[in-house]
Design a protein around this ligand. Structure first.
Ligand code: MD3
Ligand code: FE
Length: 202
């Protein structure tokens, strides 16, 4: 079923529940080229979440991280976004009431039990007019969804394997995070949660 949790934020429960194997195959194809890595935040902390990406991804230079179509170390392009993810993003965005959506960046987060993502805003994209489409696979999570100020009270939204959320309009710049993931084992994904976000970054 479908649930609007805030203006512009639509949860599509189970939207890709039957496509786990194909989606995981797409993730694994990217991981083979861009292995999971624990990034260091601008504040100097190593993240508990491991990341990979395709399309425009993170590169670092003297000024910090930014979206880039190439790996600044090797000079090579990041791998392309798998077609199944491009199709899913467009289908979900349209069903949530947004215009046709052509993402140019796909970030993937892997959470092991205990991993969390502290409240933050996604402000590095150049285009806040486009939504972000997120896909949850594997272990369940509790998503925190706040307001425009870090101190705004956050709703807690459970996210399960196969859920897709479209975040656009006034929700696009809201603070959000993921509570520490509980121990568990998912038959397809194993002892992890994987989140995929599709974005228009550049
Ligand atoms: C709401 N990822 O990668 S996805 C991130 O589950 C990130 O891994 C979380 O936050 C995860 O930046 C949450 C859902 C999400 C993504 C971007 C948003 C929700 C959002 C941007 C604005 C508002
Ligand atoms: Fe985020």
């Amino acid at each position: 079923w479908r649930e609007q949790i805030a203006p512009g934020a639509v949860v599509m429960h189970g939207f890709v529940r039957d496509h786990g194997p194909e989606l995981l195959a797409a993730v694994n194809g990217v991981i083979a080229q861009v292995p999971w890595r624990h990034m260091t935040t601008p504040g100097g902390h190593v993240m508990s979440v491991a990341m990979s990406w395709c399309g425009n991804g993170w590169s670092s230079d003297s000024r910090g991280y930014r979206y880039s179509e190439r790996d600044s170390r090797s000079g090579k392009r990041w791998p392309p976004i798998p077609t199944i993810l491009m199709a899913l993003a467009d289908e979900a965005a349209q069903q949530a009431g947004f215009a046709p959506f052509v993402p140019d960046s796909c970030l993937m987060n892997r959470y092991d039990p205990g991993s969390k993502l502290s409240l933050h805003q996604d402000k590095d994209e150049h285009d806040f007019g486009s939504p972000i489409v997120s896909v949850s696979l594997g272990l369940p999570a509790v998503f925190q969804f706040g307001g425009m100020q870090r101190s705004d009270r956050a709703q807690r939204i459970p996210l399960a394997h196969g859920d897709v959320v479209v975040w656009g309009g006034p929700s696009r710049l809201c603070f959000h995070g993921i509570m520490p993931i509980k121990e568990g084992y998912h038959s397809l994904v194993g002892p992890h949660r994987i989140n995929i976000t599709l974005r228009k970054a550049l």
